[in-house]
Design a protein around this ligand. Sequence first.
Ligand code: F6R
Length: 605
Amino acid sequence: MCGIMGYTGTLPAVPIIIKGLEGLEYRGYDSAGLGVIKAGEISVYKTQGSPEKLWNTVPENLISSVGVGHTRWATHGAPTAQNAHPHLSPDGLFTVVHNGIIENFAALKSELEEQGYIFNSETDTEVVAYLLEKEYKGDVKSAITNVLTRLEGSYALGILCNDYPDTIFCAKYSSPLFVSLESDGGYIASDVSVLPKNAGKIYKIGDKEIGILSKDELKVFDIDGCRIRKTEIKVRDIKNLEGKGEYAHYMLKEIYEQPQAVEDTLESIIVNSRIKLNTLRLTKEKIKRINRIEFIACGSAYHAGAVGAYIAQKLMGIPCEAYIASEYRYSNPVPDENTLAVIISQSGETADTLAALREAKRHNAKIVSIINAPLSTIAQESDSVILTKAGKEVAVATTKAFSAQLVVIYALCTRLAYSSGKINKARYSELIEQMKNLPEKIREILKNDREYKALADELKDINYTCFIGRGVDYCAAMEGALKLKEVSYTHCEAYAAGELKHGTISLIEQGTPVVAVAAQSSVSQKTVSNIRECKARGAKIICIGNENSFTPDADDKMLLIPQTEDLFKTSLTVIPMQLIAYYTALNKGCSIDKPKNLAKSVTVE
Ligand code: F6R
């Protein structure tokens, strides 16, 4: 994870770097730092906590026009100022900020320690600064090249060298890094969204490329030292961050943006009541040959994938499975050229998901990704990309991107089933109509906000909650439990409703809240039997479903959602659970948009 921002130009660098880091906080926010060069001397400032604290750390009169900064999500060493980046070489000549993990850092560190070097932090990054000092013989590019040959793992590096006080050096492998050339200078950043929206040109640094950036020029070289001609990338679809507006938190704002996010996404893929996946590079013949679909993702995106697996298997009648991306590579997967691997990621940079994509590709699977960030690495490495139109999501806990992923999955499964002759025209049209009605139904549910808030008030002192459901209701339960855990720090878990009696039911006692998602008419009565088992042991039931799903007792709560196609129920059932999680976190005074220990973009394995 971690975010990098750097600037060299004619303007004061410090405000540019700090503001950039504030925009990159979604990548980590436990500590931050920056280094600037002034009169050939480096000054470094670091702080525990988020980048805004740097404003109090840096002297007001510090004027420099070149520097690099970093916002951190700790991987090696606690989130202290000492471990914050930048890290310096022992002679102070090199300053390094890094996003990624140097996997062989321990071996490199021991080697350097044997040579007498003493380290100042617990980070993996410090070895890079030390190796640069060792390799430097007056030519920074050669020093960086030599250092890169020693590194294993992932990195985006921003490097300053006091001998070149107007220049930022950079290099990357597997972690994203962008450069922008503007009339006022050159910028580097982990994400285009924090680069200036002027008329300048934006470039993406490629793996094992080395960039040398001055205020008016970017030179890029490959690892063999050959100059590379970079092509400018076209940046569209990067909506400016509009702030929280009337909302207390981004999470709440984004929950309320869901009808629009779903509508915008559906409008981009359904035209004249037909599913138009223009970017899907699969002919009808290839679709007919698909005999297995694998949905691969992490966290909430995995829950969307789990919904996909249920729907695809139901509509296509072929084996469909959802995989947690971090497990995929190590599970001896068996995709082949007739497998469709559906990769789901909001950020498009999640390291585990990217690694799984590469594994599926190695087996010749066809790769379709569902992505919110069009310029991301996963988007670039996929055969086909379907974009979600959720706009920028700021809160670490995903809501609107998840909802947008779901509708892309519905459309993709419906289109594949229709193109392969597994469903007829009438069913195809019916499913499309149901999809088109989802935004309005989500709007209806959001009107019950007060009811969910009141429920959250009742839950605020609870320290264990159980979520249950079957089929896509189980996927919704998993997502509901994750939302509550991550923002309110309440311990909870989601169980396939029928599985509860095989162990977890021992945790149910008088007053234990059980959130039961029982919306799918095909299985809701089975879930109701499991609800009864919980009630018999004293559970307080919060049931999410339709009028005829469950008849609550006085102690229970029934949260009604509008009717829709069973397969699409997750889009509706998840909304009350998002709001309950939000209000529970609010009651507990949690840091809702930036929960502790988390980051939005998880670019390390
Ligand atoms: C939970 C959450 C995470 C992400 C996961 C994957 O609210 O946001 O679980 O879903 O880290 O991230 P992406 O979708 O960027 O690959």
